[in-house]
Design a protein around this ligand. Sequence first.
Ligand SMILES: N[C@@H](CCC(=O)N[C@@H](CS)C(=O)NCC(=O)O)C(=O)O
Length: 202
Amino acid sequence: MKLYFAPNSRAVRTAWLLNELGLEYELARFESIADRAMRTAEYKAVNPNARVPVLEDGDVRITESTAIAQYLVARYGDGRLAPDVASPDFPVYLQWLHYGEGMIMGPMSNYVVETILLPPERRSEEHARRSLKLMTRVLQAVDHHMKDREYLVGDFTAADTITGHACMMSERMGADFAELPNLKAYVARIQERPALEKAQAL
Ligand SMILES: N[C@@H](CCC(=O)N[C@@H](CS)C(=O)NCC(=O)O)C(=O)O
């Protein structure tokens, strides 16, 4: 298996999950998401969007982090890191597996664009404020869900590697967790997992 990876990116999710599953993988590492090697024709042939992560497994190539997580658990999980399809937890698992990319990352990306990526003269305070407000609102739903829970669905699952990672990145990018105590505790909890620490050190 080969993982196209850059530090501090969504590719950490995939490395984290591979580590949790104890799977061997080869790393194609970019220095950062600004690495010019990500913009080459050679890499665009791998991922036309020139983004990470990409997972290759034999003839399989997947370029969406949540789809990669779903694939890895279905093919290599052997009953681990996801509830059984027949379990009442399964739809809950799907909901939280997809929530990170579906609900959190949009407003977070907009916020990062308006506060970090654009040159100061092109930034809009109003857009930044609106993105932050929306990001906080969708994080409140996770905070509410996390009351009296350790992980998103029962024991640790692949959903934590996606939505947990999105929550962790939201905090790092400036979302205010002061009013989100359950979420704050959850993010602290997942950051103690050795498989995540290992992925963040790549
Ligand atoms: N929906 C995709 C998004 C992938 C994505 O946007 N990756 C970012 C890193 S977190 C990237 O490669 N950005 C490079 C760029 O925008 O040029 C996924 O979940 O994998």
